[in-house]
Write a protein that binds this ligand. Sequence first.
Ligand SMILES: [Zn+2]
Length: 420
Amino acid sequence: MSEGRKAQAEKVIARCRKLASFTEEPGRITRTFLSPPMRECHREIAAWVEPLGAEIRIDAAGNFRAFYAGSETNAPKLLIGSHLDTVPDAGAFDGAMGVVLGVALLEHLHRAQLPFGIELVGFSEEEGVRFNTPFIGSRALVGTLGDDILARCDVRGVSVREAIENFGLKPSEIPDARLRGKILGYVEFHIEQGPVLEELGLPLGVVEGLAGQSKMDFTFAGRANHAGTTPMHLRRDAVAGAAEWITAVEREAQRMPGLVATVGAVGAKPGATNVIAGEACASLDMRHRLDDVRATAVDTMVRLAEQIAARRGLTVRHATKASQPAVAMDAQLVGEIEEAIRRAGCEPHRMVSGAGHDAMILAEKFPAAMMFVRSPGGVSHSPAETVQVEDVAKAIEAGAQLLELLAVSPAAQTRRIHRA
Ligand SMILES: [Zn+2]
């Protein structure tokens, strides 16, 4: 890796740390939708891209948008972006690095114009922290930020609509945030937020798809009774039944390649140390890149719960809280990112994202794909989240290769242009 790329990577990391200093909570990184530090964040990024000749605006959904023109006025547009909001007590790289890498790629062009324009987007909201609903920013770009979302309130009773007004923006202008014209595609650089690339010893991955998700609640009911006087063979212990099922879920998930299943929240009623639990509830979160595999897994876990409950004299009921289908990334763009990673001297690894990303929303209307950068220790959503300079340097190189590839590939410009 050249010294130049390494210096650019160090700059990217320093800029991510700079953005991390714009926070709602001193000493921690917390930046939610249209909070005051988001304005500082916008101002800082604007100062980086303005000298490159980019046209800057904050759209009515609070997204930072910088347009870098192509060689012709009517040229199609490539979108590069990620989110600028964070979870509470976040790391410096989740989301922000995708935007900062986009800035590095614009700098890499040295004002050269490509046969397509580039729009850099810093999404205002992806994590769903403030309004308990994610992707407010990216929804505006595809035209699905509707009144139902605008009416949602945060814990202080401020609605999305009011938050937009309080930031000095006009909710009536949300339709103008929608992407128009010819769109080449959307590329999102993001830290992996998991341990897979590290395990493989690879710096970069290409995301083929985002896993579908099922979120369910299970409630086991038995009979609450005295912990001292009820012999073991006469109990109907709801917690013991739930516990047996939880380990069965883990065992079954290990048998289904690619499936991840998590029981992350459990509860017992009445919840006293000297009472056999009469009721136990357990959440279930399952994800897979194939919806039919996930559907089979749901059936399996429900059947297991019923079998275990029946054997123990318990009853069990379940409710589905959410079922979100898997989202495929654009095959052509995935192939191009893969080739760009190869040209950057790395072995590309095709992978599925278990987490949701803005790319999922953009994929509803446009070709979208993502490049993952190795997360040391697989750590994310934590102040311990980090990246390696060499990996960031390779990501910049791969990004530069991707721009070059798209610029010379007639296929990229004719086969895949979508009109918004
Ligand atoms: Zn993220």
